[in-house]
Structure formats: structure tokens, C-alpha cells
Design a protein around this ligand. Structure first.
Ligand code: AMP
Ligand code: ZN
Length: 137
């Protein structure tokens, strides 16, 4: 099995696990963006958020919610950025879906995730209506 997060779940690769449930694992990122940077993964292999069935999606966010305040306390963070690189075009490198919980500090000058997008599209009301209708299906 080549997926590194599956190997961590199976105990074949080491991790600094901080929380475990029947369906999820949370462990420190090996190359942290900030002290306490943690990844939350479903134990089953799903590549993207959209691949998660409801019975896996719920527990992943329950674990995110459980560990986030503990991470903040552990490193005395003022906040956290909770984010998913969902798909390769979004920068996902490990094809086993995972939620990043990255501690943030007053004055860390990283900014909101909005800063990822330097230019915003100009969309008319009609285009916005059409997109919303398309998503509703
Ligand atoms: P992403 O770009 O969203 O796929 O992020 C993958 C993350 O996994 C990166 O932040 C890596 O530092 C982290 N990572 C890769 N290998 C390991 C590992 N063996 N243990 C913990 N974190 C890892
Ligand atoms: Zn996997």
C-alpha cells in the first residue's frame, strides 16, 4: 500500500498522534506551517472531500472540532486556520483527504485564506444566479 496516510493509520509509518477515534486520526504535520500544525484524516482512504460518504464526513469534522481548541491551548495560539487542499489543482499533494488545523497568532501576518486569491472574478447577478442554480441541481 503506497498511501502514506493509510500507512500511518495502519501503524506502518510513525506519527505524532494527538487524537484517535474509530473512524479518524489526528497527528502532527511532519513539516509544520506553525507549531501545533495538525492533520485530521478519515481512517478509510478517500481522496477528496466529495468522495467522503456521510458516515465518514461527520466524524472527520467532529474530530476537527474536538482537537482544535486543544491545539490552540497547547501552543497558546490566538486562532487557527482550518483548511483543506481539495484536489491537485488546489495544491493537494497527499491523495488521502485531510484537514489542516494550523495555529495562528496575533500579528503573524499570514492573513486570511482570501489572500490566496490575488484577483477576484467579476460576476454579474445573472451569472451568480446561474451558478447557484447549477449547484442546487
Ligand atoms: P497537502 O498539500 O494538503 O496534501 O498536505 C500534505 C501535508 O502532509 C503536508 O503539510 C506535509 O507536510 C504532510 N505530510 C507529508 N508526509 C507526512 C507524514 N509522514 N507525517 C505527517 N505529515 C506528513
Ligand atoms: Zn490513504
Amino acid at each position: 500500500m503506497s498511501c502514506i496516510f493509510c500507512r500511518i493509520v495502519d501503524g506502518d509509518l510513525p506519527s505524532r498522534t494527538v487524537h484517535e477515534t474509530d473512524q479518524t486520526l489526528a497527528f502532527l504535520d511532519a513539516n509544520p506551517l506553525a507549531p501545533g500544525h495538525t492533520l485530521v484524516v478519515p481512517k478509510e482512504h478517500y481522496e477528496t472531500v466529495g468522495d467522503l460518504p456521510p458516515e465518514a464526513a461527520g466524524p472527520v469534522f467532529e474530530t476537527v472540532s474536538a482537537v482544535t481548541p486543544r491545539i490552540e491551548r497547547a501552543v497558546d495560539a490566538d486562532a487557527t486556520t482550518v483548511a483543506v487542499n481539495n484536489g491537485t489543482a488546489a495544491g493537494q499533494e497527499v491523495p488521502h483527504t485531510h484537514v489542516h488545523v494550523v495555529p495562528r497568532f496575533d500579528g503573524d501576518d499570514v492573513g486570511p485564506i482570501h489572500r490566496l486569491f490575488s484577483a477576484r472574478p467579476s460576476l454579474s447577478d445573472a451569472e451568480l444566479d446561474e451558478i447557484a442554480a447549477e449547484i442546487r441541481g
